[in-house]
Design a protein around this ligand. Structure first.
Ligand code: ADE
Length: 224
């Protein structure tokens, strides 16, 4: 899989992609994440990429020309499964959408800044708009990193134990059950007996019960 990310501050994401599961997946050749600095596509003298909004008002708008130039250049090189713009008015990211995106071969992410991007870019190029929650970030970079991380960890081989991505919270519509490791007893707090029993079927049943219980108490909306 390849993910291209267009941003005005690609440096914001470097450290994340260099020090996470994403870096390991990239080293293993499972994914390639490529950053594109929008300033490189500006024809203005000072590499400006924003302008004042028509109609007035506070804040700047990311201009149509550099974005269009960058997107056209990338589209001439490969076909994208989705061109995604990160914005608080997009659909809220859920595991189902992450699963769907993880099946793609090429994804193009556009990170907005300032007041957002010129609407004509959304009309002409964007195939999906994604929000990571009902709050406003100062740019789309963190949303792009969150989305890329959620996608990349699903690629077979990206995380150590392949079965564990499938037992994540949300994969079966339930939150994950509690987990424990050694020691079996800590300061008067004991690990549930069943987990020490070695009885696979009982452990599975206990985990399922706990997942349902946890979902009922913390996120009943997921059971609707
Ligand atoms: N850009 C600004 N806020 C955002 C959000 N909540 N989700 C995605 N992109 C954003």
């Amino acid at each position: 899989m390849r993910i291209d990310i267009i941003s005005v501050v690609p440096a914001l994401m470097n450290s994340f992609f260099e020090h996470s599961i994403c870096a390991r997946a990239a080293k293993a050749g499972l994914v390639e994440v490529v950053f594109h600095d929008l300033h490189d596509f500006s024809e203005k003298k000072h590499k400006q990429v924003d302008d004042y909004p028509f109609g007035g008002g506070a804040g700047m708008v990311m201009a149509v020309e550099p974005l269009s130039k960058c997107i056209e250049f990338l589209k001439s090189e490969r076909e994208y499964n989705e061109i995604i713009y990160f914005s608080p008015d997009g659909i809220v990211l859920k595991q189902g959408l992450v699963n769907q995106l993880s099946l793609g071969e090429n994804l193009l992410f556009i990170c907005g800044h300032y007041k957002g991007i010129d609407e004509r870019i959304r009309e002409r190029y964007v195939t999906k708009e994604i929000s990571i929650g009902d709050y406003v970030l100062s740019g789309g970079e963190l949303a792009a990193a969150v989305t890329a991380d959620a996608i990349i960890r699903l690629i077979p081989g990206a995380i150590g134990d392949e079965s564990s991505a499938l037992t994540d919270s949300f994969q079966d519509g339930l939150l994950a059950p509690p987990v424990y490791t050694r020691p079996a007893s800590f300061d008067g707090m004991d690990v549930p007996e069943v987990l020490l029993s070695g009885h696979g079927k009982k452990i599975e049943e206990w985990r399922h019960e706990q997942a349902v219980l946890r979902t009922q108490t913390r996120r009943p909306d997921l059971l609707d």
